[in-house]
Design a binder for this molecule. Structure first.
Ligand SMILES: Nc1ncnc2c1ncn2[C@@H]1O[C@H](COP(=O)(O)OP(=O)(O)OP(=O)(O)O)[C@@H](O)[C@H]1O
Length: 269
């Protein structure tokens, strides 16, 4: 098996802020889900993105990952403007993202699901099988080796041959993390990794996310579980109604009057 540090490698991009979104707007018909929002993620940081339901956090992730195009504004990854680029190109630029509700291929095994996260295997290009079969076989062996290392990292090795449908909600989150790591992201956008997860797996997920950050991954974390945010993040960005409300340390934002009022407004609504 590959060493974990090697399986988690891939930090080859230029210096400067890794992700820099400026003045982003996303309009859905009459609704402005993201409203002149700016956010920066620096190399090696783990930043929490919080805000009441409907604040625009997931939409902001979709804009950064490329599944949505902004109405206006700029998104830079490693200094390059990417706002109009396809999601696949953003993956090549080192952006990985997980979803609030992971949807693995239910009938494929856990290992096969992780392998779907590989970038550009030669085996996908049929002619390569004819021209360089040994190279294709070697690449496939390497990919399987790496997938096993990542499954070990997320503590799912014992389930590698099981169909993904047998996994619990928390285990699906861990599987998705392993799948995303196959593409060697430098930046990971984590969408609510704690939602609906039991306390034991929650502890494991927090620990793995912390370890990824220690190993050099930059992480933007959407999470409603403030204990988790406070434990993992040095800086927290707060969104409300599509806009930046404030940012600061977890302690600062949790005592901030406007933040408390934004959440109280949600409860009252
Ligand atoms: N594809 C879409 N079409 C129309 N409206 C959308 C679309 N996606 C999101 N919205 C709306 O945009 C607003 C922001 O939604 P978003 O999911 O980004 O918020 P959020 O902060 O992630 O919320 P939550 O914490 O509940 O996940 C909401 O009012 C939502 O209904």
């Amino acid at each position: 098996m590959q060493p974990v540090a090697e399986a988690l490698s891939g930090s080859t991009h230029a210096s400067g802020p890794l992700v820099e979104a400026r003045d982003l707007v996303k309009q859905f018909g009459g609704l402005r889900a993201v409203d002149h929002m700016s956010i920066t993620l620096r190399r090696g940081e783990m930043v929490g993105l919080i805000g009441p339901n409907g604040a625009g956090k997931t939409t902001l992730f979709n804009l950064i990952a490329g599944s949505l195009k902004p109405t206006s504004g700029s998104i830079r990854i490693g200094g390059a403007e990417v706002a109009q680029e396809r999601p696949e190109r953003r993956i090549e630029r080192g952006i990985g993202r997980t979803f609030q509700i992971p949807r693995p291929f239910a009938e494929m095994t856990v290992l096969e699901n992780v392998l779907t996260g590989s970038q550009r295997q030669s085996g996908e290009r049929i002619w390569m099988n004819f021209l360089q079969p040994s190279r294709v076989a070697a690449e496939e062996r390497q990919a399987v080796d790496k997938a096993r290392t990542l499954l070990d990292f997320v503590k799912l090795s014992g389930l590698e041959a099981e169909p993904a449908r047998v996994l619990s909600g928390g285990q699906r989150k861990l599987l998705e993390l392993a799948r995303v790591l196959m593409a060697d992201p430098e930046t990971i956008l984590l969408d609510e990794p704690a939602a609906g997860v039991n306390p034991t797996l929650l502890e494991l997920i927090s620990d793995r996310v912390l370890e990824l950050n220690r190993q050099g991954k930059s992480i933007l974390l959407i999470e409603h579980n403030m204990d988790m945010v406070a434990r993992l993040c040095g800086r927290v960005v707060v969104m409300a109604a599509g806009k930046l409300l404030t940012e600061g340390t977890p302690d600062e934002v949790s005592r901030n009057r406007t933040v408390i009022e934004a959440y109280l407004g949600e409860v009252a609504a």
